[in-house]
Design a protein around this ligand. Structure first.
Ligand code: AMP
Ligand code: MG
Length: 348
């Protein structure tokens, strides 16, 4: 397939892409979170192409993107009061809400669930594309299934060039991690995936918000959000997280580096700017400053993809504080490492 790459500021090409989207083709586009791979959400045939292009398991439902709140009415059975408050506070923005679905939503989008996930993105290019297409747009992240999500058009090219119809280049994404997915069908809404709108922000509007137990407990619990069960966001190399006090972590990582090197492995380290000069690895990627977690989030997937480009065999990573956007960062790092964490206690 011939993939056409267009600049988000090129008006004529943009309208072509919007038309192609409406007519059942695949268009990758920037949002404020990550790049999405869009298809006409009302067309089963179009949505099927998303699963094929990504190699996405068919039991992992998609988020439907809209450009105006009024479009939500058609997609859902009801809009609970909590959702109304959150729409006022955070839409457009990186908050996806899960509602009971209407009959208009094809089963292929929801993977057979009775619920549908909906979001109104804040990025002007995304908003305009949905508006010009004139239909709701189903869009997962525009990466091959399992890989780190794309936050630049180049990341999309690396994964999907030749597999989709259009890529719209709109520069790097601001938030850098996916939207928060919140189930609003229960009395107390439940966070199914931490993301751009933090727990603290949700609590400031709703008071109490629950967190899906699968996000906290390791083990074989059926997640309410099917996507959370897959290995995800992963660089090609094995990744291990090391948590504890900064100096102990650095000492442990340096020990691991030298052990890995003895085995002839090429070693990468993901570190904060503050700790970067403590390591002696083949590839050191600075995630950002611990004082600016939003910076770390914005560059996280680019950092993970850098290890692929550098062809490292193993990655040792520091952990980051689990508050605010830090919860989303740690959720992604835990998934990327398949939960391999070394927790250093005390003076270890
Ligand atoms: P992605 O498309 O990569 O951003 O992932 C979308 C996330 O939303 C996945 O974790 C899905 O499992 C989740 N999701 C989509 N629709 C639903 C739904 N109806 N109920 C629960 N989770 C959903
Ligand atoms: Mg994804």
């Amino acid at each position: 397939m011939n993939t056409i790459i267009i600049n988000g500021a090129d008006d004529e090409a943009f309208l072509d892409a919007a038309k192609a989207l409406r007519e059942g083709n695949l268009v990758a586009f920037p949002t404020e979170t990550v790049y999405g791979l869009g298809a006409n959400a009302l067309s089963t045939d179009a949505v099927k192409k998303i699963y094929e292009a990504k190699g996405r398991p068919s039991d992992n439902p998609l988020i439907v993107h809209i450009s105006e709140v009024s479009e939500l009415n058609k997609l859902v059975m009801e809009i609970p009061e909590a959702a109304r408050l959150l729409i006022k506070a955070f839409w457009p923005g990186p908050l996806t809400m899960v509602f009971r679905k209407s009959n208009l939503v094809p089963d292929i989008i929801t993977a057979g669930l009775e619920t549908v996930a909906v979001r109104m993105p804040d990025s002007p290019i995304a908003q305009r594309l949905i508006k010009e297409a004139g239909v709701p747009v189903a869009a997962p992240s525009a990466n091959l299934s399992g890989r780190p999500s794309p936050t630049t058009y180049k990341h999309v090219m690396d994964d999907l060039y030749g597999r989709i119809d259009y890529i719209i280049d709109g520069g790097p994404c601001q938030v850098g991690v996916e939207s928060t997915v919140l189930d609003v069908t229960t009395d107390i809404p439940i966070i199914l995936r931490p993301g751009g709108i933090t727990l603290e922000m949700l609590e400031s509007v709703l008071g109490k918000v629950n967190t899906d137990s699968v996000l906290e407990i390791k083990g074989n619990i059926k997640p309410r959000s099917p996507g959370m069960k897959y290995r995800h966001y992963s660089p090609k190399a094995e990744m291990v997280l090391i948590s504890g006090k900064a100096d102990a972590v650095a000492e442990k990582i340096n020990k691991l580096i030298s052990e890995s090197r003895k085995q002839g492995l090429r070693v990468g380290v993901l570190t904060s700017i503050e700790n970067a000069n403590k390591y002696d690895a083949d590839v050191i990627v600075k995630a950002g400053s611990v004082k600016h977690a939003e910076q770390i989030a914005a560059g996280l997937y680019d950092s993970l993809r850098t290890f692929d480009e550098e062809k490292v065999d193993i990655i040792y990573s520091e952990t980051f504080e689990e508050k605010g956007i830090g919860r989303a960062i740690m959720n992604r790092l835990k998934k990327a490492s398949s939960g391999k964490i070394i927790e250093l206690k005390g003076d270890n």
